[in-house]
Design a protein around this ligand. Structure first.
Ligand SMILES: NC(=O)c1ccc[n+]([C@@H]2O[C@H](COP(=O)([O-])OP(=O)(O)OC[C@H]3O[C@@H](n4cnc5c(N)ncnc54)[C@H](O)[C@@H]3O)[C@@H](O)[C@H]2O)c1
Length: 434
């Protein structure tokens, strides 16, 4: 089949490359000429493990191409995906749908169809109806089938998630759209069919409910971690103790500095707004949003305490900037709030991240970037581990201890064992452990 992908970011590029790998012919479009130019030269605009090889092989097979020109890309397409950003709208926290609506308008201006228009961006309930209205208003003679198909991939594991999803949710009541979507995903359905068809509004809500539920789970264990610290219990054992109950499940029970990233913060906030607009306040999610916001900046208090009550004039080494490992994505990363809070209290911050530094440079001020973990800690008054990159899991601890001015380690991901660190002479603080 011929597919057009509007938006070649984390979701559009990965989805486009994976659809091409299934055998479809995919054109990825983006307004960002620099991004398209890079892709045409075989340079990935984002860091995602395995993506460069996948793109290279499908470009070589002529199943995948890149353009800034939607009019060229949309000709002969049977389906066009909208995979543009839906960030938080400034000021009120609603999802900003201007990119989605602009894409819908462009589609109708350039093609009368018949065309299946698939919203892959995360969009609030009812957006599909508005996309349909825009298409019909712009092109009254056009034939469009508007489908919701939210994406559940995780950055850092995106290709595996796209190719081996737990489920694929498709929101449409239309028989033709259903047939086209089934055909697009058929290569995935050979063993077990993961397709789940629902109404369009239900599909839109599933995506938000999924992200909100995961955010609740993370925030719950984070609060339990605080309680563990107060009462002398160990959150990792609590997590194991409850997670082995398969009604609860062991995933998303790692206590840490609070959730961040390109999805959970904006999606939880947008869901709260949807609830308020529908006069159904989602009190649990509202609380989770507030608790998590406070937690990210609050992590600085842990560092200050570990440093003896003040960080003024001290140098703090930060390992890990991205919101999780194996991505370069810095959007709403906990490191941003933490570093700013430390700087506000008079600390100098030196940081290292394997992939996130370029994005971080545009979001943080006055941070010194080190070329590796050891240069980062040299002469620092404390080390703070913020993101659990594999490269930080087996640091040469004797070397770290020699390099640090003070042997203070604040491990916000609990990647080291407290007893072992104490034995090595560190003043070590984790999350939710005695
Ligand atoms: N990043 C994730 O892990 C993830 C996972 C699931 C769902 N989502 C959702 O997918 C959507 C996209 O997220 P992302 O992280 O890929 O965003 P992104 O910002 O990385 O990419 C969006 C791209 O769309 C382009 N764009 C915007 N308007 C355009 C237009 N009219 N024509 C062509 N290109 C246009 C932008 O230039 C940008 O490159 C969001 O709604 C997000 O919530 C993201």
């Amino acid at each position: 089949m011929r597919i057009t992908m509007i938006g070649s970011g984390y979701v559009g590029l990965v989805s486009g490359a994976c659809f091409a790998d299934f055998g479809h012919t995919v054109t990825c479009v983006d307004k960002d000429a620099g991004k398209i130019e890079a892709l045409r030269n075989g340079v990935m605009p984002i860091f995602e493990p395995g993506l460069d090889d996948l793109v290279e092989s499908n470009v070589a097979e002529q199943r995948l191409s890149f353009t800034t020109d939607l009019s060229e890309a949309i000709q002969d397409a049977e389906a066009v995906f909208i995979a543009v950003g839906t960030p938080s709208r400034r000021g009120d926290g609603h999802a900003d749908l201007s990119y989605v609506y602009a894409a819908a308008k462009e589609i109708a201006e350039l093609s009368a169809g018949p065309l299946v228009v698939v919203t892959k961006s995360t969009v609030p309930v009812g957006t599909g109806d508005e996309v349909e209205r825009i298409l019909r208003e712009t092109r009254p003679d056009g034939t469009y089938y508007v489908v919701s198909n939210p994406e559940f991939l995780r950055e850092g594991a995106a290709i595996g998630d796209f190719k081996r999803p737990d489920r694929i949710v498709i929101g449409t009541d239309d028989a033709h759209a259903r047939e086209v979507m089934s055909e697009l995903y058929r290569p995935l359905s050979l063993n077990t069919p993961p397709l789940m068809f629902t109404g369009r509004r239900t599909s839109e809500l599933i995506k938000y409910a999924a992200n909100a539920f995961l955010a609740v789970k993370i925030t719950f264990i984070n609060e339990i971690a605080d309680l563990c610290e107060a009462v002398g219990a160990d959150v990792q054992e609590v997590a194991r103790g409850i997670g082995s109950d398969n009604r609860i499940g062991s995933k998303f029970l790692n206590a840490g500095p609070g959730y961040g990233g390109s999805c959970f913060p904006k999606d939880t906030t947008a869901l709260v707004k949807t609830g308020q607009d529908a006069a159904v306040p989602l009190r649990i999610v509202e609380t989770v949003v507030a608790v998590n916001d406070q937690r990210k900046r609050g992590m600085a208090r842990k560092v200050v305490t570990a440093c003896g009550g003040s960080v003024r004039g001290k140098t703090i080494a930060v390992l890990g900037l991205t919101f999780k490992p194996n991505t370069d994505d810095m959007r709403d990363a906990p490191s941003l709030a933490l570093i700013t809070a430390l700087q506000d209290q008079g600390a100098a911050v030196r940081a290292y991240d394997p992939e996130g530094v370029e994005q971080a440079k545009g979001m943080l001020r006055d941070v010194e970037y080190a070329p590796n973990a050891y240069d980062c800690v040299e002469g620092a008054d404390a080390l703070v581990i913020v993101t659990e990159w594999d490269a930080f899991r087996a640091l040469d601890l004797s070397r770290v201890k020699r390099l640090l001015k003070e042997p203070v380690v604040v491990d916000l991901r609990n990647i080291y064992r407290a007893d072992d660190m104490k034995r090595r002479g560190f003043n070590y603080v984790g999350i939710g452990r005695p």
